[in-house]
Write a new protein. Structure first.
Length: 183
């Protein structure tokens, strides 16, 4: 589901869930949607800790990351074209490449390294070199995707710009803005 939160445009689970879970997709739609929203909030607040989740739920870090990476890559073909069509900062693209490389190494390290050597890379990374940076990669790529979806200025605009301190609070609490959300 993390791949869905790295989309640069809205990606409705109804578009991809039937491909992954042909028979159970209707039963899974609501819990998957809720999980995507929870995960998005954690990503926005830099509270999504993939390494801790793996430590908590996987028999081993390596096996957990391999399973996670395989799941991520199943959804990635839906998300990848969005990244190819967007205009992103060089640093965001490099971070995305590092994330994808890490996930490919997690799935099959020897094969990924062999493919990199065939492509002309003399020094190829090992999973152990990248795994500790995984949370940073996920966070940075999620922020870049969110910025692309919302627009760079959308994250810095004051949503209360037109509200005076003595106006009623827009949260409908019945209090003045200065005594509620404007504190």
């Amino acid at each position: 589901m993390l791949a869905a939160n790295l989309a640069t445009r809205p990606l409705d689970p109804e578009q991809w869930l039937p491909e992954l879970f042909t028979e159970q997709h209707q039963a899974l739609l609501q819990p998957v949607t809720e999980q995507i929203h929870r995960q998005y909030q954690l990503l926005k607040g830099n509270g999504y800790d993939l390494l801790a989740l793996l430590a908590e739920h996987a028999p081993s870090r390596k096996q957990g990351l391999a399973d996670f990476a395989e799941g991520f890559m199943q959804l990635w073909p839906q998300v990848e074209p969005m990244w190819q069509q967007g205009a992103f900062a060089d640093g965001s693209i490099r971070m995305l490449q590092a994330l994808l490389t890490t996930l490919m190494l997690a799935i099959d390290e020897a094969q990924t390294q062999a493919q990199m050597r065939e492509a002309g890379y003399e020094q190829v990374p090992a999973l152990a070199d990248l795994i500790e940076q995984l949370n940073l990669m996920v966070h940075e790529v999620a922020l870049a995707a969110d910025e692309a979806m919302l627009g760079a200025k959308a994250q810095s605009v004051n949503p209360f710009k037109g509200i005076g301190r003595n106006d009623a609070c827009p949260c409908d609490s019945g209090k003045k803005f200065k005594q509620c959300c404007g504190q």
